[in-house]
Design a protein around this ligand. Sequence first.
Ligand code: GLA
Length: 370
Amino acid sequence: MRVAEAFRAAFGADPEAVWHAPGRVNLIGEHTDYNDGFVLPFAVPWGVTAAVTPRADRTVRLLSLQSPGEPVTLATHEEAKGWTRYVVGVLAMLGDRVAGADIAIDGDVPQGAGLSSSAALEVSVAAALNDLHQLGMTPMELALLGQKAENDFVGMPCGIMDQAASALCEEGRALFLDCRSLASRTIPLDLAAHGLSILIIDTQVHHEHAGGEYAKRRAECESAARKLGVPALRDVTDLAGALERLSGVERKRTMHVVTENHRVEALIGLLRAGAVTEIGALLNASHLSLRDQYEVSSPELDLAVEAALRGGARGARMTGGGFGGSAIALVADERLQSVQDSVSAAYAERGFQAPRFLPATPARGAHRLA
Ligand code: GLA
């Protein structure tokens, strides 16, 4: 294994454990997690592998195969910069339960595609430390730790979806998660049996303001919930009545969150009924709602969705936080080429940078490799 060899070369001994954690795509349930709602992501076949040996002192030595050079040596958590913050954030959140560590990282999540490489990094390191220090944390506790590292250390106010998907997903299945109770179960997602694939369309564009807009959406939802006198938008039962009491963006955001939660439940109903070919309409409705009510899409994402549908996709939507990143399309296998051709041609015509296509098969969550 490449990462174990790099560890040995840098630190002079074998790592005590090697853990892998995947990135994710979200099938449906977007911007619902921090509203205590429902999500339905699945893990992708790409992720982060962390080779780890605990240290007795508090020093952290870090090496990434994606940032060649000497290992970075950090005497205190405050010295962390860039990608090292996601790792050191996990160590910081573990507090006195761990000391320092030697860590080598290798990752193959396509960068900037919005497939949660940061959650994969947090969960792989958290899982390895949990194992080596015998902390007895459950996969959900590891996900919560990763989220806390990102919220409190990195400063990104994300919900729990990405880390939960990375920690809990199972091969061939999607993860249905209630983000309030944190109850979860996996649901079979056997696309191949229906002659279907989920195609990831990576726009290769990531807009700078995404982080600020994310925090703004979250604040707008919290403000709307306060005005409605409910703990979170998840609790809105009378949508028409709620919309009458709100105005402007808060009205639009509420409309999205409440209807998106219903779409998650409807999609699960279809999967349970074995009607996976019928989920396309829900994907399309989710996209329109994210575009028009939640206002987190982008011209590249909208064009990817429109051109995929023109090329014969059964449904398509942006996935993840938005403002760039990736869209997903549900495509019958015999249409895969025509969908890709349609999107590529539309991008060329608009003068957009060529998109990248990736096949998504539901992969396994965090696990030990060595
Ligand atoms: C990002 C966040 C998640 C979630 C999605 C939107 O990926 O990290 O917690 O809020 O956006 O659904």
